[in-house]
Design a protein around this ligand. Structure first.
Ligand code: FNR
Length: 361
């Protein structure tokens, strides 16, 4: 591809060209038959607009607040693991791009730069995503390190009691690079000749016994607000609010865990209704266009998280690539708002979209 990409989907091909197959497959792949992987994207396409006209859209503002922080757009960088496989500067490059665009970066527990390295690299607003390990003391230490390094929230990912079956990684015998956060605390990698080493590391470390009562434990070790990431039902949304979550991320982990979960955009409203405005609801999975972001906001999300496109931007062009991906999504959202008659984020309402279910009634 000779020309510069004109949309974020075109970064995927650049990433494929830039990366060894094993790493590209790791980033791009989903679980098992990858039904949900396609569905996350397709479901956005089934939602149509009900644009309003003759509204002054000569000035558009995308700015909003997330947990009280002013940001340039309702976009966050999703936690994705191991950014140095995409680019030598790893999470530091991603964070600098987030800072330049004034969007929040959620740094993954499985990062290849330490929480401190990312924190000292720039002044991006950062949240820290965690898994709970069998060695809870290690999770607790990481939470404290993030708190000390100025991270503003903890994002507890709850959809990985075990790692999903990612068949490309099994075939490629996906390597497990060193996870520097755990240096001196745990083995930082598993090296084996069989299957996915990443999966082997997950089996070694992840605590599958984690349950709702453990949210109390997490709240007892940190003052930071806790977002729960990986909720797909109204039942669990209510439990998350009762457990004291400061926000919910509707997510199926980018279709990397349980295949045949619904597209996240199709269950967002169920969660929003259950939560009744008590805490903000965010969504990720398949967001590839500004129009997708508008649709998510119309269905009640306060912001979206972007996973793969950020990694593809990073792989293709480092910090600049992440910046370009974020800017493209912002530009497309701005245009969508203008063409729908919404000068500010607050003007986006449920009445601006119609779902396939409604159209068929
Ligand atoms: C992820 N995701 C993820 N989630 C998380 O909580 N911690 C993590 O370390 C990771 N790692 C990770 C790696 C890669 C390569 C991908 C693609 C995804 C899930 C991520 O936060 C998010 O939920 C999805 O990526 C959103 O879907 P899209 O935008 O990739 O379609």
């Amino acid at each position: 591809m000779a020309e510069d990409p004109v949309n974020v989907n075109e970064y995927q091909e650049l990433a494929r060209q830039a990366l060894p197959k094993m790493y590209y497959d790791f980033y791009a792949g989903g679980a098992e038959d990858q039904y949900t992987l396609k569905e996350n994207v397709e479901a956005f396409r089934r939602i149509m607009f009900r644009p309003r006209v003759l509204i002054d859209v000569s000035k558009i503002s995308l700015s909003t607040t997330i947990l009280g922080y002013n940001v340039s757009a309702p976009i966050m960088i999703a936690p994705t693991s191991m950014h140095k496989l995409a680019h030598p500067e790893g999470e530091v490059a991603t964070a600098r791009a987030a800072a330049a665009c004034n969007v929040i970066m959620i740094v993954s527990y499985s990062s290849m730069c330490t929480v401190e390295e990312v924190a000292s690299s720039c002044d991006a607003i950062r949240f820290f995503q965690i898994y709970v390990y069998k060695r809870r003391d290690i999770t607790a230490q990481l939470v404290r390190r993030a708190e000390r390094s100025g991270y503003k929230a903890i994002v507890l990912t709850v959809d990985v009691p075990r790692l999903g079956k990612r068949e490309a990684d099994i075939k490629n015998k996906m390597i497990q690079p060193q996870l520097k956060n755990f240096e001196g605390l745990l083995p930082t990698q598993v090296v084996s000749d069989e299957g996915s080493n990443f999966k082997a590391y997950a089996d070694l470390t992840l605590d599958a016994s984690l349950s709702w009562k453990d949210i109390g434990w997490l709240r007892s070790i940190t003052k930071l607000p806790i977002l729960i990431k990986g909720v797909l039902t109204h039942e669990d949304a209510i439990k998350a609010v009762e457990a004291g979550a400061a926000g919910i991320v509707v997510s199926n982990h980018g279709a990397r865990q349980l295949d045949h979960t619904p597209a996240t955009i199709s269950v967002l409203e169920e969660v929003v209704h259950a939560v009744k405005g008590k805490v903000p609801v965010f969504v990720d999975g398949g967001v590839r266009r500004g129009t997708d972001i508008f649709k998510a906001l119309a269905l009640g999300a306060q912001a979206v998280l972007i996973g793969r496109p950020v990694v593809y931007g990073l792989a293709a062009k480092g910090e600049t690539g992440v910046r370009r991906v974020t800017e493209m999504l912002k530009d497309e959202l701005e245009l969508t708002m203008a063409l729908s008659g919404c000068p500010t984020i607050k003007d986006i309402t449920r009445g601006h979209v119609i779902t396939d279910r409604e159209r068929l009634q």
